[in-house]
Ligand binder design. Structure first.
Ligand SMILES: [Zn+2]
Length: 91
């Protein structure tokens, strides 16, 4: 069964409340140099950790799941990102 990220509107940027009022905490991806999906919040902050109620995901080149902290930011394969319902920037 495929899990969809249906509660994305509930997810808030870690800086929510202190960053831009326009930041809803929603996320998008931008293709990086390696051709993977680097995840960003709407305000431009990198996503470093999945919220507890997000589906499981496995960052590229990482031994830890996305629910653990990744200070350098989280990149998923494009396929994984789209499978979670994450859209590309400007899409
Ligand atoms: Zn933000």
């Amino acid at each position: 069964m495929e899990v969809k990220m249906t509660n994305q509107e509930k997810i808030k940027c870690e800086h929510f409340g202190t960053c831009s009022q326009e930041c809803s905490g929603n996320i998008f991806y931008r293709k990086n140099e390696s051709g993977n999906a680097q995840l960003f919040y709407e305000c431009g902050d990198v996503v470093t950790r999945f919220a507890d109620d997000w589906p499981y995901a496995w960052p590229v080149d990482s031994e830890l799941g996305a629910h653990y902290g990744h200070p350098e930011g989280i990149a998923l394969t494009i396929s994984d990102a789209r499978g979670l319902g994450i859209k590309e920037e400007y899409e």
